[in-house]
Design a protein around this ligand. Structure first.
Ligand SMILES: [Zn+2]
Length: 466
């Protein structure tokens, strides 16, 4: 008996030990699902989210998708049309207006990068002023935190329009984050397991591959983008909210009082019928119907017009185009449009965005009376010194002020230069009827034609500096 009792005791002890072990087994915590997003919207300024809120209303209320928004700046520059606060104080207010606009759409997860408002049309100015590296690192972190299937952001490209450099910079950073967030060796401290010591450094996030990226343009002529991606009616009535998607978007936008208080107050005094009439008038409507989301790229094979949430798995779309990171010696000398245009050409190749719409010929809108800069990149044949001759054809009444004539270039791989043209001051009535006009730079290298560089320029009464 004794031995039997002993055996039972030992067995019980073993069972008890096993139970205790089961009770005390530790577990590893998973990701915080409160921050998971299906769509991550990346925009530059408070109120820029308004460009896509009609589609977001559909996604949130009727497709039950989770949305998070990242702003590039706090929006502290520009006029305060509502109160007296300016600069950082204005940025603080605009941050709250943006959070309130998002909250009205049911979006709670909102972050701000530390970009600085940069009033120009040149994306490179914005990237320089924002602090490209630090903000990209932060955005990659937010992608890894929110793990979105889809990013929607501003179109990185140059078009006649507001063409704000900050808007384009948001699109550049979002595209870079799309390519980097899934890479295990990019910003590795974000991915490293947390440590007990120096616990403030390692984040314990995971690499995340976003599946698709879509853009919305900053161009005046939005019709040119029809067919470049899926299009969604903004007039359709939301089955769950019983009002059109544009109406939900409009109600969210009325928090931006420091930006367009007069419009907001006017709309708030209108009857529903009056607001509806305004939104059906092509001149008064805030959004183009239908709203096209320009297809950027998909990690899995997907067609341009496929729905945003289709093809989130399947056959990987391996992009074969890779950019030569360092310019190789060129056999023949070429002269091409440089600056943001040259950058975007390399950008599209590097990020597999070969089919993204570009303006051809290249175009820009500037204020009448302002200088137009035609940035040029000269790629030297075999890195040799050369003699460049530039001849400029400009519209009647426009004055070439710099860059024309014979220029000696040193023995290097490439040279950056620019032609400057002064545009005439025109009356508002003339500006109304004037279409875009062309500047052509004829380049000769050692007497041989090396390229004709064209830039179409629209003169306006107001435009951001180039
Ligand atoms: Zn903006």
């Amino acid at each position: 008996m004794k031995s039997l009792f002993g055996s039972v005791y030992i067995l019980s002890a073993l069972l008890l030990g096993a139970t205790l072990a089961a009770q005390t087994a530790s577990s590893v915590k998973g990701a915080d699902e409160r921050f998971r997003a299906d769509i991550l919207v990346v925009v530059a300024h408070p109120d820029d989210e308004g460009a896509v809120t009609p589609y977001l209303a559909r996604a949130i209320y009727d497709l039950h998708k989770r949305v998070a928004v990242v702003y590039g700046t706090h929006g502290g520059s520009g006029a305060n049309n509502y109160g007296r606060e300016h600069a950082t104080g204005l940025g603080d207010i605009r941050e709250m207006e943006a959070r309130e606009a998002c909250a009205r759409m049911g979006i709670k997860n909102v972050w701000f990068l530390e970009g600085k408002d940069t009033a120009s049309q040149n994306v490179l100015n914005s990237l320089a002023n924002w602090g490209h590296g630090a903000n990209l690192e932060k955005l990659v972190e937010l992608v890894r935190l929110t793990r979105p299937e889809v990013i929607i952001t501003s179109l990185p490209g140059v078009f006649i329009g507001e063409n704000h450099g900050d808007h384009q910079a948001a699109g550049v950073l979002a595209t870079e984050a799309f390519d980097l967030a899934g890479d295990l060796v990019v910003f590795p401290s974000q991915l490293a397991g947390a440590s007990a010591h120096r616990e403030i450094y390692l984040e314990n996030l995971q690499a995340w591959q976003v599946k698709k990226i879509y853009y919305f343009p900053d161009a005046n002529d939005e019709k040119q983008f029809s067919g470049t991606g899926p299009a969604y009616s903004i007039k359709e009535v939301s089955p769950s909210q019983k009002k059109p998607y544009w109406r939900i978007a409009l109600d969210a936008a009325t928090t931006h009082l420091t930006q367009y208080p007069a419009d907001i107050e006017r709309i708030q005094k209108m009857s529903d019928t009056e607001v509806e009439k305004m939104m059906s008038d092509p001149d008064g409507a805030w959004w183009t119907d239908p709203e096209t989301l320009v297809f950027g790229k998909s990690y899995y094979l997907s067609k341009t017009a496929d729905d945003v949430f289709s093809n989130l798995e399947g056959e990987a779309n391996r992009c074969l185009e890779r950019l030569e990171k360092v310019q190789r010696p060129s056999a023949g000398t070429t002269v091409k449009l440089g600056g943001p245009w040259g950058y975007y050409q390399s950008f599209r190749e590097a990020h597999c965005l070969g089919s993204l719409r570009v303006a051809d010929p290249p175009e820009i809108a500037v204020m009448a009376g302002a200088q137009v800069y035609v940035p040029l990149t000269v790629v030297h044949a075999n890195n040799k010194a050369l003699k460049l001759h530039l001849k400029v054809e400009a519209p009647k009444g426009w004055k070439v002020t710099s860059g024309e004539g014979e220029i000696a270039l040193p023995a290097e791989a490439s040279s950056e230069m620019r032609v400057e043209v002064e545009t005439p001051m025109l009356a508002a009535s003339e500006l109304k009827v004037n279409g875009p006009q062309e500047i052509i730079v004829h380049a000769l290298v050692d007497g041989v034609p090396a390229g004709d560089i064209k830039l179409r320029v629209q003169l306006r009464s107001h435009a951001l500096p180039q």
